[in-house]
Ligand binder design. Structure first.
Ligand code: 16G
Ligand code: MG
Length: 547
């Protein structure tokens, strides 16, 4: 039996001591905190990624260093499983316990524990592929990660600076190479080729150019490369592409800015003209928001819910046109944040499921459909084609030319849409395809349904762990008195709906409120903030705006 390479682990671990008094948690999207205190975490993630690879007999594991839409000074890291999906939940606990081992000798104990409990054969090889976004702390963190990989003797493949979805794509490609599930060429060029070839099959004539806000992040680099591949059909006009200017990442721009402020990024004022559409990526290019100015210069936002509505109804029609609606069930997965109007719109057309926040929950629920469309309101999402659906589409004999066309289009969509995780660039191409096929302007797309006014606020509490949810986060089990007060309040507002949940990425409790009228929503949200604050907060510091 091979054993852990203790000399190397101890020597290198001592170079990356854990900061005292800091507790790390592998949250919804991995570890995430201030970039300059993450060195020990990165080192330990390197160890864990190597073990995970050994567990899969040397299959490649991915590691992405990013803090997505969060401020530039933050950073984070997450692991990607062999099929390009998020790390299996049971291993999140291992990640957290490794990250929090106070000393090198406790770290070694934790490693031994994981090896025993997860039954890891240490004689197996390990392979890890990794990348980072454009954050200034990224390069140093990657070196810490590399020390962890070196300590375990893992084969390393550094993909440099790239988007989160490209990293997921590469992991899947490497692990499926030479098999019947081969996903694509395992390099960036393969990614752009795959997307642009599918896009060209689906687009008949060029739409007007698209204005794209790249959040001053890695999406700017990727979008420039994509432009070289698709420029003859769709011209991307890129803004917020300052990837080396300090302080600008996700600052007053990007998908999260648009979603939370429900405004056009100031940098696009005067750039986006009435009648034009644009979109925003987030800092690692896995979220997408569309928007437009109508002829009267009014701003309209097209979020993940609107994308789900647009895309799922298009796919439902294609499946019908292919004559396969008996065999292929199209379904949509949302979270509690989905606007009530979007849910009502969708439920008339397709089965809809609601799951807790976080890509892993949506992704797994979407796998239960033949074609599963999932989008979070924040713009993260994709469309999954099940293996049996792909087989059916590839082998089915169409009876008419119209059926043949629909089948070809569905197959091209399965190539266009990133099957591993939400991907802003791939989703943008998908939206453009549907808009072109429907001959929709952004205004027409927006008119599929009208969003209920809604408000998202956060309340800082000493311990968000006291808030425990059920029913896909739509209700609190604890504290019971808080839920009782929410119920009583919501009943007073026409069309009222609200929920309170602890954030999985920040030390806050989030409140979502929805009602028929805008002033009522604002009032409801303020009252709910007061309810949450009263439960825990220091009354002498209670903010005035909490009713
Ligand atoms: C992360 C999740 C995102 C979720 C958000 C919620 C992934 C890759 N990302 O960004 O899906 O919407 O967290 O954050 O899973 P919250 O728990 O702080 O509200
Ligand atoms: Mg992101």
């Amino acid at each position: 039996m091979a054993s852990l390479p203790l000399d190397a682990i101890v020597h290198l671990s001592d170079l990356h001591p854990k900061p005292e008094g800091k507790t790390f948690g592998y949250g919804t999207a991995g570890f995430r905190t201030t970039g300059n205190i993450l060195g020990s975490v990165l080192f330990r993630v390197g160890l864990l990624a190597s073990l995970r690879s050994k567990k899969f007999d040397g299959k490649t594991i991915g590691v992405m260093v990013t803090a997505s839409h969060n401020p530039e000074g933050d950073n984070g890291v997450k692991l990607v499983d062999p099929r390009g999906e998020m790390l299996e939940t049971s291993w999140e606990t291992y990640a957290t316990s490794l990250a929090n081992a106070a000393t090198t000798s406790k770290l070694v104990d934790e490693l031994r524990h994981i090896v025993a409990v997860a039954k890891i054969d240490l004689s197996k090889p390990s392979r890890v592929l990794y990348a980072r976004d454009t954050r200034p702390s990224g390069a140093a963190l990657v070196q810490c990660l590399e020390d962890g990989l070196r300590a375990m003797g893992a084969q390393r493949r550094n993909e440099g600076v790239t988007t989160t979805p490209i990293l997921h794509y590469l992991v899947r490609c490497v692990n499926t190479k030479g098999t019947r599930d081969e996903y694509g060429d395992d390099n960036e060029e393969g990614y752009y080729d795959k997307l642009s070839n599918a896009f060209k099959k689906l687009m008949a004539k060029p739409p007007p150019p698209l204005i794209m806000d790249c959040a001053n992040g890695v999406g700017a680099i990727a979008a420039q490369k994509l432009n070289e591949h698709i420029g003859s059909i769709l011209q991307l006009k890129l803004y917020n592409i300052a990837t080396t200017t300090s302080g600008v990442l996700n600052n007053g721009c990007g998908a999260d800015y648009v979603k939370t402020t429900q405004r056009l990024p100031p940098s696009l004022h005067g750039v986006l003209k009435p009648g034009e559409r644009g979109c925003s990526l987030d800092g690692d290019a896995d979220r997408l928001m569309y928007f437009y100015l109508d002829e009267e210069n009014n701003f309209g936002m097209l979020d993940g819910d609107k994308i789900a509505a647009l895309v799922s109804s298009f796919i439902v029609d294609l499946v019908k046109n292919a004559g396969l609606d008996k065999q292929i069930e199209v379904g949509v997965v949302q979270t509690a944040y989905a606007n009530g109007s979007s849910t009502r719109y969708l439920e008339k057309r397709v089965p809809v499921r609601c799951v807790p926040t976080g890509v892993k929950h949506l992704h797994h629920a979407a796998e239960h459909f033949s074609i599963g469309v999932y989008f979070e309101a924040n713009g993260h999402g994709t469309v999954l084609f099940s293996p049996s659906t792909l087989d059916l589409l590839r082998t089915h004999e169409p009876s008419t030319p119209a059926q043949e066309t629909a089948i070809k289009q569905l197959l091209a969509l399965s190539e266009l849409i990133n099957q591993t995780v939400g991907d802003a660039l791939s989703d943008m191409l998908l939206v453009e395809v549907v808009l072109a096929h429907r001959a929709f302007t952004a205004v027409e797309w927006d008119s599929l349904y009208t969003d209920l006014p809604n408000r998202l606020v956060k309340v800082v509490v000493p311990s968000r762990q006291k808030f425990i949810t059920t029913d896909a986060e739509r209700r609190l089990v604890e504290p019971k008195e808080v839920q009782a007060r929410i119920d009583a309040l919501v009943r007073k507002y026409d069309g009222g709906r609200a929920f309170v949940r602890p954030s999985g990425t920040e030390d806050v409790v989030r409140i979502y409120a929805e009602a028929t009228l805008r002033p009522q929503v604002d009032e409801l949200a303020s009252r709910l903030s007061g309810v949450v604050y009263d439960f825990e907060g220091d009354q002498s510091k209670r903010p005035k705006e909490y009713l």
